[in-house]
Design a protein around this ligand. Sequence first.
Ligand code: NAD
Length: 430
Amino acid sequence: MNICVIGTGYVGLVTGACFAELGNKVTCVDIDKEKINHLKKGVVPIYEPGLAELVRKNQKRRRISFTTDLKEGVRSSAVIFIAVGTPPKDNGEADLTYVENVSRQIAECMRSYKLIVEKSTVPVETGERIKYTVEINNRNKVDFDIASNPEFLREGSAIHDFMHPDRIVIGVESKGARELLVELYKPLKAPLVVTDLRSAEIIKHASNSFLATKISFINAISNVCERTGADVKKVAEGMGLDKRIGRSFLEAGVGFGGFCFPKDLGAFIHICEKVGYDFGLLRETEKINEAQKRLLVKKIHDVLWIVKGKTIGVLGLSFKPNTDDIRFAPSLDIIAALQQEGAKIKAYDPKAMEKAAAVVKNVKFCKNAYEAAKDANCLVVVTEWDEFKKLDLKKIKKVLRQPLLVDGRNIYEPEAMKALGFKYVSIGRP
Ligand code: NAD
């Protein structure tokens, strides 16, 4: 099929590259000229394992191309995916300006039937708003359908997740739209959930809110463990083996971040309020998450006593491992809080330092974890990159000014750290 993907960010670019890999002809559109110029040369501006190779391979086969000209992409395709950003406004509501903008532009330039698919995460009823926008700008009275096809990929394993999804959700209003999307996704052989538009939109917000709640739940349990001398890792293991609960998303830590959970949770709370339902459980999920970030700063206080003038080494800046994405990363709040108290920050992240350098000030970026630890009064683990799990901890202890390690992701074992001579503090463990 000829497909157009509008927005070539973490979701759009992966979607475009994977559809090309499945044998479709994909035109990727973005307003960011620099991004498109890079992509045309096979330079992928984000870090996502395997993505650069997949893009270049399909460029060579002429199955994927890049343009800033939306008209070119729309006119050459029957199926158009909207994958632009839906960032949060100050009140938590999703800002749908980009979605509206793109919907209008599609309507203005289409000349033949189009299936317009919302891939971006959007509040319920956005499909109807897109339909309305296309209708009032449909100068050539062209036939069209709207569908919702929320994306569940995770940064860091995005290609695998796209190619091997647990399920594909399709919200449609017509048989034609359904048939097109079923055909497009057929090669993935994944369970398909076909619904109406609104249910598909709610599935995405409900799923992310549920996962965020699971994280906040185990973080709340970690607070109980700290007050009772229990070990949250053992508690999570004991809970997680129950198939009804499951082990994933039961890692206590510094809280969730990224471009999905915080913003989708906020947007869902907002939309629930708007339709007259106070979803108190989700407000509590948010509250626990904010408290968890502050808890790490408090733990740093506890081990250092005075933070002012001290040097703190930070390991990990991305909101999770295997990505360079720092949007809403807990590291940003933690660094800001420590700097406000007069701490000097040294930091190392395997992939996210370039992006972090654009948003944090007065941070010394280091070329590895040992350099970040060197002469620091305390070392703090904020993101659980695999390479941090394999560090030579004897060497770390040697280069630190004081053997203080605050582990916000529980990646080391308390007994072993004690034996090495560290004052080691983690989350929810004695
Ligand atoms: P992103 O910011 O990485 O990418 C968005 C892209 O859209 C940018 O490149 C931007 O330049 C482009 N854009 C904005 N306006 C445009 C316009 N008028 N025309 C063409 N391009 C335009 O965002 P992302 O992380 O890919 O997220 C996109 C959507 O997918 C969001 O709604 C997000 O919630 C959702 N989502 C994200 C993830 C994730 O892990 N990042 C997972 C599932 C769903």
